[in-house]
Design a protein around this ligand. Structure first.
Ligand code: GRF
Length: 196
């Protein structure tokens, strides 16, 4: 059976593209990107997803309470019969309602070596703390902020003279490798569970 993946974005969408490319190239076997959903109508990634021939939906965040917004997203995800949800630069914390609706089937990528530097601007946090290395983490989303079980990580060095931009770029390169590999591993595990 083909696993149906939804990708949630708020902006640039480069991790979304890495996932879509990996699906296309067979790096994430037996899977398809069913839908890309953005909470921001002007997210650059939306246009890119359309150009890749992927169905897109905008479910606007503006002016709406978290759970009300999430209920609409959950309903769209259920309509699409998705098996796995990948947050990829999605900038709104999920409500417990959302997390419970897709328990253990929501992944996120975060640009630090969690549990170090959760929350906003993790690359700046790494520099401010004088960390000698940082990296990226794919984890299961639960009701904590960037605190769910870790699936996979990649490490990069912090080098003298690094800026937020240079460190972010070095980490992002690794994100694009890590996320597809982690998604492939998670889908493989889900399939083995289903096959009993
Ligand atoms: C990435 O650094 C990701 O780890 C973080 O937000 C950024 C999104 O970048 N959660 P993009 O939209 O995937 O290019």
């Amino acid at each position: 059976m083909t696993a149906r993946i939804a990708i949630l974005i708020s902006g640039r969408g480069s991790n979304m593209v890495a996932l879509a490319d990996a699906v296309q190239a067979g790096g994430i076997p037996n899977a398809e990107v069913a839908v890309v959903i953005s909470d921001q109508p002007d997210a650059k990634g939306l246009q890119i997803a359309r150009e890749l021939g992927i169905k897109t939906l905008t479910i606007e965040r503006r002016g709406r309470k978290r759970e009300e917004h999430d209920r609409e997203i959950v309903s769209a995800l259920q309509d699409e019969r998705v098996d796995l949800i990948c947050l990829a630069g999605y900038m709104r914390v999920l409500s417990p309602f959302f997390v419970d609706a897709f328990n253990e089937r929501i992944l996120n990528i975060h640009p630090s070596l969690l549990p170090a530097f959760p929350g906003l601007e993790p690359q700046r946090q790494a520099l401010d703390h004088g960390a000698h290395e940082s990296g990226c983490t794919v984890h299961v989303v639960d009701n904590t902020l960037d605190g769910g079980p870790i699936i996979a990580q990649r490490t990069v060095p912090v080098v003298p003279g690094d800026t937020v931009e240079s460190l972010s770029a070095r980490i992002l390169e690794q994100e694009h490798l890590l996320y597809p590999a982690a998604v492939a591993a998670v889908l493989d595990t889900l399939k083995r569970k289903q096959d009993g």
